[in-house]
Design a protein around this ligand. Structure first.
Ligand code: HGY
Ligand code: MN
Ligand code: MN
Length: 418
């Protein structure tokens, strides 16, 4: 005898069509997306998402960080909402599914509930969190972080992009400053579920449809500024050079050694590098780069941060350079809510999808929301584990599996009443 709703499934073609439609907004140059936060493309994607949600009978609220909350009412007068969603902003060379699958997967849950005429006791709220990527305005997960009380609104509004534009001005420019105080609803959440692609190779390699995310590894972003002296690459004798580029190269080698020293889980690299003056015949007088360390173990993250500072200082002392450090982002490893994680695992089990526990290698809005509400994540595989690359790809079957599990975990938590 199937459990209530056991054979209820989402509409994978409708989900896939929505993903492909959204992917047309802010196209990249190689088949992916460049829909960076608070750009006109982001605004266009928000409008499309708002239209689809309102067509599905949802009502929109927007907070002062531009977070979008699309609500389907429940029958319980005092029942707190069940949240689901993720982010619509992308990397500059992003894929079509990172974040977007979680937002449009949430919309697909609503559309399926509407098709089936199902009512739930708890309201259901599909969310688009502003600036999850943190590329244009560091740090990552900025708006969910303000929502959870980790950053202040003022700090966030003052963040600047590479052109010196501020987050606050850009949010106003695209017309998405909402009138709801950010975080006003954070104490009134029953649960939150985020569907996301794995962005790593484990699930595909293990042949699993679903990742039951029990934990999220911690993240540390240290911005390093190495200062030397601009000078001619031809006429400056080697002993007289203060080459900030050389200092950076040796420090990045040290970053790699430090991460390897904590194998198999720790990782380290620098994805953001600015060289000044970046001219072919000038020795770089200044280099600014961000070291991204991650590990499931907070002690390992601390060790990597400490060894970076000591080792980089030694390298710069040896090469006549100055070095400065600034912590520009980070969060501790996360343990998700056991009840919500069990709802995800039971849903995968009931639906017959292969699954395994997994630790999230990437950061997600769920990592901050977990501070204020019971939270869990559902992951689906991605091809070759590739993400933050325009060639990011998933199969429709994987999208279906992830969204079916999201549907069941959310509906079980929101309690079907008829
Ligand atoms: O950096 C991260 O882990 C996320 O993809 N923004
Ligand atoms: Mn993401
Ligand atoms: Mn991402």
């Amino acid at each position: 005898m199937p459990a209530p709703g056991e054979n209820l499934r989402i509409n994978p073609d409708r989900l896939w069509d929505s993903l492909m439609e959204m992917a047309k907004i802010g196209p990249g140059v190689a088949g992916g997306n460049n829909r960076q936060t608070l750009t006109d493309a982001d605004a266009e994607g928000r409008k499309l998402f708002q239209k689809w949600c309102e067509d599905a009978g949802l009502t929109m609220a927007v907070d002062t960080m531009g977070n979008m909350f699309m609500t389907r009412p429940g029958t319980g007068p005092d029942a707190l909402p069940v949240y689901l969603g993720s982010h619509l902003d992308t990397q500059p060379t992003g894929g079509k599914y990172d974040g977007v699958l979680g937002v449009l997967g949430g919309l697909e849950v609503i559309r399926t509930l509407n098709d089936l005429g199902i009512k739930t006791k708890h309201p259901i709220v599909v969310t688009n969190w502003t600036n999850e990527e943190g590329t244009r305005f560091a740090p990552a997960m900025l708006a969910s972080g303000v929502f959870a009380g980790v950053h202040t609104l003022e700090e966030a509004y003052g963040k600047q992009d590479a052109e010196g534009l501020t987050f606050g001005d850009e949010l106003r420019r695209i017309g998405w400053v909402g009138d709801e105080e950010v975080g006003a609803r954070k104490d009134k959440m029953h649960a939150m579920f985020e569907l996301h692609i794995e962005q790593g190779p484990i699930l595909e390699a293990e042949g699993k449809d679903i990742g039951v995310v029990t934990h999220g590894q911690g993240l540390s972003w240290t911005q390093v500024t190495v200062t030397g002296k601009d000078s001619h690459t031809g006429s400056t004798p080697m002993p007289m050079r203060k080459n900030a580029g050389l200092g950076m190269a040796r420090i990045l080698n040290l970053v790699d050694e430090i991460a390897w020293s904590h194998k198999p889980h720790a990782v380290g690299a620098a994805g953001h590098i600015d060289v000044y003056p970046n001219s072919r015949n000038v020795i770089p007088g200044k280099v600014v780069f961000t070291v991204d360390f991650r590990s499931p173990d907070i002690a390992v993250i601390k060790d990597m941060e400490d060894r970076l500072k000591v080792g980089a200082k030694e390298i710069c002392d040896e090469t006549g350079l100055e070095v400065k450090f600034e912590k520009v982002g980070g969060f501790d490893p996360v343990t998700f809510d056991e009840t919500c994680v069990a709802a995800v695992r039971n849903a995968a089990e009931r639906l017959g999808y292969s699954h395994q526990n997994i630790i999230s290698g990437a950061g997600h809005d769920a990592c901050w929301i977990n501070k204020v509400a019971p939270t869990a994540m559902i992951m689906c595989p991605c091809v070759n584990g590739l993400s933050h690359n325009e060639a990011e790809e998933i199969s429709k079957d994987w999208a279906k599996a992830g969204c079916d599990v999201l549907f069941h975990a959310v509906v079980e938590t929101a309690e079907i009443v008829e």
